[in-house]
Design a protein around this ligand. Structure first.
Ligand code: CP
Length: 302
């Protein structure tokens, strides 16, 4: 079994994963934040794209479960000499990996690796497709804050077209009972949202007073996001979360961002540092959620 997408995952399974993450957060709060659940298992982190949060939190999660960890970065590896994705994955399996965590710029790469190796794979972000553990850590952060996602009104704002986070969060949040509105200029909205249970608008100011959660996204320059609107100042003037816009949100509303943040573009300093900006809670929850996923996939019964 692999964890490749949040799309189509039943609510019950998402809630079980969140419950398990809650338990692992309690483990992480102990003086010795470690359990022997995955002793003897080897987790391989295969990162073909850059990462800070996801990579480090998967490593922390595996070690907190007492698994061994093997880290692979494309830069500096034989992939730079032309070794194929398949040969790289088979090599990592031959080195003893029990599970692979995969980030790749190509949508579908984690699924291919799962098929080639027969090992469980966790998708740590594939192109503009999915980043399911991000969706789950965001759902956990909202559940902690609001007690549940039922009836929550969430605006996902920014470069939705190129965002794997948006795709994971739409399906996780709506399965857990939230309503989602996509907010972006037309050129940054997905070509089609057929089958997505969402509304869409290009008017951020029009929805500010009606949302519980504003989920901000970075412009994905590496996937062409900067080329589809006239200028960055124009984007900021219509979609940047300034202090003025923040002050027009309902009093209990919160701001989330998956990171890395572009301060002064999609989020101002004054908002990023506000107690109702939950960015670092999201990061911290990433460890517990990834522990829950690794524990589930590596057969951590008992
Ligand atoms: N949110 C996220 O995926 O961050 P990293 O790219 O730093 O892993």
């Amino acid at each position: 079994m692999s964890f490749l997408t949040t799309r189509g995952v039943p609510r019950k399974d998402l809630e079980e994963l969140l419950d398990s993450a809650d338990e692992f957060n309690r483990v992480l709060a102990r003086p010795i934040p470690k359990v022997p659940a995955l002793q003897g298992k080897l987790v391989a982190n295969l990162f073909f794209e850059d990462s800070t949060r996801t990579r480090l939190s998967f490593e922390r999660a595996a070690r907190a479960l007492s698994a061994d960890v093997m880290n692979f970065s494309a830069a500096g590896s034989s992939a730079a000499k032309g070794e194929s994705l398949k040969d790289t994955a088979l090599t990592i399996r031959a080195l003893g990996a029990d599970l692979m965590v995969v980030r790749h710029k190509a949508a579908g790469a984690p699924r291919r690796i799962a098929a080639w190796t027969g090992r469980p794979v966790v998708n740590a972000g594939d192109g503009a497709h999915q980043h399911p553990t991000q969706g789950m850590l965001d759902a956990l952060t909202l559940r902690q804050r609001f007690g549940g996602l039922d009836g929550l009104r969430v605006a996902i704002v920014g470069d939705i077209r190129h965002s794997r986070v948006a795709r994971s969060n739409v399906f996780a949040f709506t399965a857990l009972g939230a309503g989602v509105t996509l907010v972006a200029p037309r050129t940054l909205q997905p070509v089609s949202t057929g089958g997505w249970p969402v509304d869409a608008t290009d008017d951020l100011d029009g929805v500010l007073g009606e949302v519980d959660v504003v989920y901000l996204l970075r412009i994905q320059a590496e996937r062409g996001g900067l080329s589809v609107f006239p200028s960055l100042p124009e984007y900021v003037s219509r979609y940047g979360m300034t202090r003025d816009r923040f002050d027009r949100l309902p009093a209990e509303a919160v701001v989330l961002h998956p990171g890395p943040m572009n301060r002064g573009v999609e989020i101002d300093d004054a908002v990023a540092g506000h107690p109702r900006a939950l960015v670092l809670d999201q990061v911290a929850n990433g460890v517990a959620v990834r522990m829950a996923v690794l524990f589930r996939l590596l057969g951590g019964s008992g």
